[in-house]
Ligand binder design. Sequence first.
Ligand SMILES: Nc1ncnc2c1ncn2[C@@H]1O[C@H](COP(=O)(O)OP(=O)(O)OP(=O)(O)O)[C@@H](O)[C@H]1O
Ligand SMILES: [Mg+2]
Length: 239
Amino acid sequence: MNLLEFRGVGKSFGGLRASDDISFAVRPNEIVGLIGPNGAGKTTLFAMASGFLRPTDGQIWFDGRRIDGRDTAHICAAGLVRTFQIVKPFGDMTVLENAMIGAFLRHPRRDDAESAAAAVLRRVGLGGREQQIARTLTLSGRKRLEVAKALATGPRLLLLDEVMAGLTTVETGEMVDLVLSLRRDGVAVLVIEHNMKAIMRMSDRIVVVHHGCKIAEGEPNAVANDPQVVAAYLGEAHA
Ligand SMILES: Nc1ncnc2c1ncn2[C@@H]1O[C@H](COP(=O)(O)OP(=O)(O)OP(=O)(O)O)[C@@H](O)[C@H]1O
Ligand SMILES: [Mg+2]
């Protein structure tokens, strides 16, 4: 059974077709890469799946239920959560408090939320930074916190939007290891990333979008050698 499924999903912004007839699925425990040039419509797909935008056409299903048009809180409680490409920490709160906001969803008692949040922070490499004010973190720290906030909600599917952008090679490697480790906890991941090395290492499958349309889907090596993908995206990425 599929965990997440886009069925003929379209999104128009006025005359602009940001998504057009997109269909693909993510299965439980799977890591799927979502790639494509700037403006291809990747983030728009995340916004529709997580309840921030309503599709113009088609349907989105999660865990056997239709979720398109439902609100973000409902979708998050169902186990699907996104991160933001432009990170959105609660800047004046501590790192721990930021993660606790997510943790309260499954841990209503404060003590439980605090220990769950602390565990997630250790997991993303922010152990020891619990009391730091979020806005004083480095870019790498803020990216990790963005992942921690999402992970703290206890998702079954995590949508990661360019969480490696701006990280060093070492930091990127650590983030790849973190994503791979989530599978062991039963978390599936749909990940948008421009770093092809990272995408190739993480993904079981890759979906490629271009001008709002899906132009390829398959196992990483096949997709990386697909002439249409090279022409639309990889040629440009490697230039
Ligand atoms: N709220 C909006 N209103 C109008 N146009 C939008 C809106 N959100 C996105 N778009 C447009 O839709 C298209 C797809 O944008 P989207 O952010 O989904 O691309 P992306 O693949 O995530 O790109 P990037 O790699 O640069 O993050 C772009 O042309 C963008 O300008
Ligand atoms: Mg984007």
